[in-house]
Design a protein. Structure first.
Lengths: 159, 130
C-alpha cells in the first residue's frame, strides 16, 4: 500500500489530485437512502469511488467537523465568501477508515443534519444504510420511492 | 505527484509573450463528474466529489469534497445516452434539485422537457476554492 505523504497544511484539492493519481478508486456497494421532505421521494446518496479511496487510505480527508464549521459560516446572514477555508487544509487529516466508518462520515458530511441527527425519532427511520442490491431494480416509479416500513435486511429498502 | 512548489506569478514564452499563472489557477476545472443516472445510479469518475445524491427521476445533486470559496462558481454539463444518441436530451442547473451552495449543486436531466434518467451525464465546475 502506498504511503500517504504528510498532508496537514496542504490544500485539500491538491491532496485529492494526489489521490486520483496514486490510488485506485473503490466502488462501494453501500447506498444511503433518506427522506428529508415528506412531499418528495426518498433520496439516495451514492459514494464517490475516488473519495472512498481517500477515506480508506487515510491521512487525506479533514475531520467532518470542519465541514460543519463551513456550513455554519455559510448560513450566516450576509455570507459572501468563505474566510475559514484554511480549516479544510490545516486541520490534521483523519486516519484510515473502514468502509462502514467512511459511510458514516459521508452521511455527516452530505446528508442534511436535521435528517441524520434525528434519524430515528418518527414512526419509521428517516435514513437507512443499505446495499445497492436492496434498491428497486428499475427506476420506473422513482418519483414514488419511500423508505419501506418493513426494513428486514433481505428486502428492498425503498419502493 | 511531487509535493514541491514552484512559485511564479507569470510564465513567459521566449517569443509569444507571457501569461499570469492566475489564469491557470482560477480558470481550471475544480470539480467534475461522469455518472450513470439509469438503473442503479453510479459514478464512473470524478474530481473533488464526495458523493452524488439521486434526488428523483432526472434530478441529482453533486456534493463537492473541497468547498468553493463562494456559491457563484460556474458549472457546465452535458447529458445523453451511450447507445441511442442524444436527441431531445437536455441538462440544466436546478435549484429545484438542490439549493446551490459552496459544497453542493443540483442538476436536472430531461428528454423533451420531461425529467428522465440518462446513462451519460457529465458536469464540470470552475471557480475559486475555499
Amino acid at each position: 500500500m502506498i504511503e500517504t505523504p504528510e498532508f496537514q497544511g496542504i490544500h485539500l484539492w491538491d491532496r485529492l489530485c494526489w489521490a486520483k493519481e496514486n490510488l485506485e478508486g473503490h466502488q462501494s456497494d453501500y447506498r444511503v437512502v433518506y427522506e428529508d421532505n415528506l412531499d418528495e421521494p426518498a433520496k439516495v446518496l451514492v459514494p464517490d469511488p475516488n473519495w472512498m479511496a481517500c477515506a480508506l487510505q487515510g491521512g487525506i480527508l479533514p475531520p467532518v467537523e470542519v465541514y460543519w464549521e463551513l456550513v455554519k459560516d455559510e448560513a450566516e446572514e450576509g455570507f459572501t465568501k468563505h474566510t475559514r477555508g484554511y480549516l479544510l487544509h490545516n486541520t490534521k487529516p483523519v486516519e484510515a477508515m473502514t468502509e462502514e466508518q467512511a459511510i458514516e462520515y459521508l452521511i455527516m458530511k452530505d446528508v442534511p443534519q436535521h435528517v441524520w441527527r434525528d434519524w430515528d425519532s418518527g414512526n419509521k427511520p428517516k435514513l437507512v444504510i443499505c446495499t445497492k442490491q436492496q434498491l428497486p431494480a428499475t427506476r420506473e416509479w422513482r418519483n414514488a420511492w419511500k423508505i419501506s416500513e418493513d426494513l428486514a435486511t433481505d428486502k428492498t429498502v425503498a419502493a | 505527484m511531487a509535493l514541491g512548489k514552484i512559485k511564479a506569478d507569470t510564465l513567459e514564452h521566449s517569443t509569444a509573450g507571457s501569461v499570469d499563472t492566475q489564469f491557470a489557477v482560477k480558470g481550471s476545472v475544480k470539480s467534475s463528474i461522469n455518472f450513470n443516472g439509469q438503473n442503479v445510479v453510479s459514478i464512473r469518475d470524478s474530481l473533488n466529489v464526495s458523493s452524488l445524491t439521486d434526488n428523483a427521476s432526472g434530478r441529482y445533486q453533486i456534493n463537492n469534497s473541497t468547498n468553493f470559496g463562494n456559491a457563484n462558481y460556474s458549472i457546465t454539463g452535458s447529458t445523453g445516452y451511450y447507445t441511442s444518441g442524444t436527441d431531445g436530451a437536455n441538462m440544466s442547473l436546478s435549484n429545484g434539485a438542490a439549493n446551490m451552495s459552496t459544497s453542493v449543486y443540483g442538476i436536472e436531466t430531461d428528454t423533451d422537457s420531461t425529467d428522465t434518467d440518462h446513462t451519460l451525464n457529465c458536469t464540470q465546475a470552475v471557480g475559486d476554492l475555499a
